[in-house]
Ligand binder design. Structure first.
Ligand code: UGA
Length: 466
């Protein structure tokens, strides 16, 4: 099939590379000439496993990059809208980019096209796209609008695309639904997985992929409801963690006991300093806004957000409790990205916490394997960067773990202890067992678990008994 993907950001670029991998021919469009130039040069713009390989495999053959939307639309039978839907002050998604693109597509129609909305959008957007296209003089019979939400996670977006739990096709016309069935056939029949050079299957993948056809409105709601539910799981376990702290229970044990109930499931029950990123915060707020507009208040959504914000404040309180006063303290911070495996710092709890620490006159020495350059652009104050976790720890009053990078879970703790001024580790991601920290003689504060205190002789030597 010939596919035009409008928008070469995270979703667009991954979708373009993966559609090419499934055998389609893709024109990837962006209105930012610099972005197109970078893509032409063979660079990838984003940190995503397997994306460079796929682009190298298909660039110039099954994937081309262009700044010309009209030409791309005319040359394609399927148009995928993958432009940004950033949040407005009100929490609503800003759909102005979607609207502009819809109008431009309408003006370029030269035959029947299926227009797919892949950007995360509120319910009713497909109807708006249809209306805008008609207002821009497109004839109803010349196009269909389909909602085909993506469920990609940053860091594993390519394998999420090629080995999906499900593909949701929200189509109000059989003709359009059939086009999408064909588009995804290599995944739903499983033929892609037999192909030599196929991207390796991740653990736990279900294949062939399941395709679910719904109405456009249901598909739009599936995306918002799925993200809100995942965010709910995180806020729920964080709230449970807060109860655990109050009664001296262990949230890791509680999460294991809960998660092994197959109806609940173990994933997304990792307590910590809360979720971040460009999706959950934006989508929970947007879903709440949509619900309100439809006349339903949906208070659980507000509570998800409240618990998530509270987790960051509770973490700061833990730092204060462990160090007594903050002014003038030197803190080693491991992690800036909103989660491990990405350089993305959007809505990162780590960035928020660092800002608060700086405003309380601490000095921060931070290390992150991928996100330091980005953090440098958004944080000002007494912040320096280290080359590795050990350099960050030198002379610090405490070590803070804010992102769940794998390498932070296997530190040489004896070395860390030797470098720190006080042997204090405050872990916002529960990367260590209490036993290991106790064995290393570290004062260890984590989330939803009792603090590992220092032996009293050690504490009095350090003057930490208060
Ligand atoms: C999320 C969804 O998982 C994707 O399915 C969805 O397609 C995507 O948003 C989107 O809407 O585009 P992503 O933002 O890449 O993907 O990140 P996740 O891996 O879901 O993590 C989100 C946040 O939750 C991170 O800050 C992570 O640290 C936090 N988290 C996750 C927890 O605090 N606890 C957990 O148990 C799981």
């Amino acid at each position: 099939m010939k596919i035009a993907v409008i928008g070469s950001g995270y979703v667009g670029l991954v979708a373009a590379a993966c559609f090419a991998e499934l055998g389609h021919t893709v024109i990837c469009v962006d209105n930012d000439p610099e972005k197109i130039a970078v893509l032409h040069r063979g660079e990838t713009l984003i940190h995503e496993q397997y994306l460079p390989e796929l682009l190298a495999r298909h660039r110039g053959q099954r994937v081309i990059f262009s700044g010309d939307l009209s030409e791309a639309v005319r040359a394609s039978s399927v148009i995928v809208i993958a432009v940004g839907t950033p949040p407005l002050e009100t929490g609503d998604a800003d759909l102005s980019y979607v609207e502009t693109v819809a109008r431009d597509i309408a003006r370029s129609l030269n035959s029947y096209k299926v227009v797919i909305e892949k950007s995360t959008v509120p319910v009713y957007t497909s109807e708006w796209i249809r209306r805008v296209m008609q207002l821009a003089s497109a004839t109803a019979a010349d196009f269909d609008v389909v909602s085909n939400p993506e469920f990609l996670r940053e860091g594993t977006a390519v394998t999420d695309f090629l080995y999906p739990d499900r593909i949701v096709v929200g189509a109000d016309s059989d003709r359009a639904a059939e086009v999408l069935r064909q588009m995804y056939a290599p995944l739903t029949t499983g033929s892609y997985y037999q192909q030599a050079g196929a991207i390796p299957e991740p653990a736990g993948a279900q294949r062939p992929a399941r395709l679910i056809v719904t109405t456009a409105k249901s598909a739009e709601l599936i995306k918002h409801a799925s993200n809100a539910f995942l965010a709910l799981k995180i806020s729920f376990i964080n709230a449970v963690a807060n109860v655990c702290e109050a009664v001296n229970a262990d949230v890791e044990q509680v999460a294991l006991g809960m998660g092994t109930d197959s109806r609940i499931g173990r994933r997304f029950l990792q307590a910590g300093i809360g979720y971040g990123g460009s999706c959950f915060p934006k989508d929970v707020a947007a879903f709440r806004s949509v619900a309100r507009e439809c006349g339903y208040d949906f208070p659980i959504l507000q509570e998800i957000i409240r618990v998530n914000d509270e987790q960051r404040r509770r973490f700061l309180k833990k730092v204060r409790t462990a160090l007594w006063t903050l002014r003038g303290k030197r803190l080693a911070v491991l992690g800036l990205a909103y989660k491990g495996g990405t350089d993305d710092i959007r809505e990162s709890p780590a960035i928020d916490i660092i800002r608060s620490l700086l405003s309380e006159q601490c000095s921060v020495v931070a290390y992150d394997p991928a996100a330091m350059e980005r953090a440098l652009q958004v944080i000002t104050g007494d912040l320096t960067f280290a080359e590795d976790p050990y350099q960050a720890a030198v002379g610090a009053d405490a070590l803070l773990i804010l992102t769940d990078w794998e390498e932070f879970a296997s530190l040489d703790l004896a070395r860390i202890k030797g470098l720190l001024r006080y042997p204090i580790v405050i872990d916002g991601r529960n990367l260590y067992s209490r036993e290991v920290m106790q064995k290393h003689g570290l004062l260890y504060v984590s989330v939803g678990r009792a603090t590992v205190e220092l032996e009293s002789s050690q504490a009095s030597a350090l003057n930490l008994n208060k």
